[in-house]
Design a protein around this ligand. Structure first.
Ligand SMILES: *[C@@H]1O[C@H](CO)[C@@H](O)[C@H](O)[C@H]1NC(C)=O
Ligand SMILES: *[C@@H]1O[C@H](CO)[C@@H](O)[C@H](O)[C@H]1NC(C)=O
Ligand SMILES: *[C@@H]1O[C@H](CO)[C@@H](O)[C@H](O)[C@H]1NC(C)=O
Ligand SMILES: *[C@@H]1O[C@H](CO)[C@@H](O)[C@H](O)[C@H]1NC(C)=O
Ligand SMILES: *[C@@H]1O[C@H](CO)[C@@H](O)[C@H](O)[C@H]1NC(C)=O
Length: 420
């Protein structure tokens, strides 16, 4: 009960201080801004289809990075989302050097050291340099809710060894300071670059991760809204010009009892989409969409929704919330597995997103004809180049899958026509 009360006070103070929403900033040429629910670039509307590619900075061949951007450019991609983090444990260092893995942070004894060498941030420098050449702007995430490529669990393991909850990350002052030291490093390195579309606080922040959530973390307790508020204000203090967003999956905190047992709506995940969107330095909203894995009961007899119709419901819910807040919206990850599923479901999702003024970023871009190591290389985990094709987790979209590819290249043309 005590916790609930302090949570309520904290939410009120968040709301009270969110008055400066949508103040227009004067920015250097080539920086993206917002005007109400629209993005703008140099004074013109900027509507886009984008691409997700976390593996791009993990490529070791500059020619392959260039080839990937060329393929994105040819597909009409205007925005790339990738990881601005790649962290390893010191115990992984020897293997990382040997396999030419990209790493920016090495964790040891409660702290991390920066790698800004040729296997480190110089690879990210190169990605941003080539992005500029192909007229593609980049969303960079500072860390991961999940363990892949070095997320929160590394901060927790090293700063509070033995901690049993994921969400200590959001409140432990040492972890916040450590995260901010990394954020500052990246922001200062690229803050003058027109290659950056936006800074993203975290990929898919939740109360739980690979470690469980404690009972101190939830949307009603305000944990993530408070963290988003602090970090977005911190980033703004470093960089007055680039856009800032959450990188969240778009969980709601709806008081409607019909949704009280649904994780995407009951506040248990930690986000409060409507509240997060009112924060003064959250410039636009993101959300993700994987109904096939979130709701195994969809498409079965007796279910009220198909995968397709639930997706439309989720798109509409976010479009309505963003409209109310008067800020732009990006469907920044979504997917279904299976080529037939993609071919039948994506047209209606993409159509609805286009109709409701979204930026659209499918998970994930597929590049072909990559040449490093003869087109075959194990990157890390199960991520591999196979016969020149970029990693495929079942969601990758390659150009040879013509029917699926065309859905997005056609959408890109429509978005480009709106950007004139
Ligand atoms: C490692 O990557 C660099 C590019 O960052 C490349 O020049 C070098 O040839 C690679 N080394 C090996 C052994 O593959
Ligand atoms: C990092 O290494 C430590 C031991 O050095 C280990 O306890 C921990 O599980 C590792 N964390 C991750 C996320 O791999
Ligand atoms: C379908 O919706 C009704 C009415 O909201 C609800 O009572 C029922 O539990 C739902 N069925 C399923 C399978 O979700
Ligand atoms: C297509 O979607 C259905 C329904 O979600 C799922 O059961 C099936 O496994 C999917 N097909 C593939 C190849 O992933
Ligand atoms: C398209 O390319 C991918 C990756 O190389 C391959 O797995 C797939 O079989 C190809 N599909 C077609 C229809 O050629």
């Amino acid at each position: 009960m005590k916790l609930l009360i302090s949570g309520a006070i904290c939410l009120l103070s968040l709301l009270a201080s969110a008055e400066s929403v949508n103040v227009k900033r004067a920015v250097p040429k080539g920086f993206v801004t917002t005007r109400g629910a629209d993005f703008e670039l140099d004074g013109s509307p900027f509507a886009f289809v984008g691409a997700n590619s976390y593996w791009l900075p993990l490529l070791t061949s500059a020619q392959d990075v260039e080839a990937t951007f060329q393929q994105m450019h040819d597909a009409g991609v205007k925005v790339l989302r990738t990881w601005g983090f790649n962290a390893i444990n010191a115990s992984e260092l020897a293997g990382a050097r040997q396999s030419n893995l990209t790493y920016y942070q090495v964790w040891n004894d409660g702290d991390w050291t920066l790698n800004d060498g040729p296997q480190g941030l110089q690879r990210l420098d190169n990605v941003l340099k080539i992005a500029l050449k192909y007229d593609i702007k980049v969303i960079l995430a500072f860390t991961n809710n999940w363990v892949g490529y070095g997320g929160l669990e590394l901060y927790v393991d090293h700063i509070a060894p033995g901690a049993s909850a994921h969400d200590v990350f959001y409140t432990d002052p040492k972890m916040i300071a450590s995260y901010q030291r990394y954020v500052k490093t990246i922001v200062n390195r690229y803050k003058n670059s027109p290659a950056i579309f936006a800074w993203e606080m975290m990929n898919e922040a939740r109360c739980l991760g690979d470690l469980p959530s404690s009972s101190d973390c939830s949307a009603p307790l305000g944990t993530l809204p408070k963290w988003y508020r602090e970090q977005s204000d911190f980033i703004r203090s470093l960089d007055p010009h680039h856009l800032i967003t959450t990188g969240g999956e778009g969980h709601f905190f709806w008081k409607n009892p019909a949704f009280s047992s649904d994780y995407n709506f009951n506040g248990q995940a930690g986000e409060d989409f409507d509240l997060d969107l009112t924060l003064p330095n959250v410039d636009f909203a993101t959300y993700h969409m994987y109904p096939q894995t979130w709701y195994p009961q969809l498409d079965f007899p007796g279910s009220n929704f198909t995968v397709e119709s639930w997706g439309l419901f989720w798109i509409d819910a976010h479009a309505n919330a963003a409209k109310k807040a008067g800020k732009p919206l990006v469907l920044e990850e979504f997917g279904v597995t299976g080529e037939a599923n993609k071919t039948t479901i994506y047209p209606s999702w993409v159509g609805r997103a286009l109709d409701t003024n979204h930026g659209i970023m499918p998970w994930q871009f597929g590049a072909l004809k990559l040449k490093e190591d003869g087109g075959n290389r194990l990157i890390k985990y199960a991520d591999a180049l196979i016969d020149g094709a970029s990693p495929n987790d079942g969601y990758a979209i390659y150009k040879n899958q013509t029917a699926i590819w065309d859905i997005f290249t056609n959408a890109a043309k429509l978005q480009a026509a709106r950007s004139l």
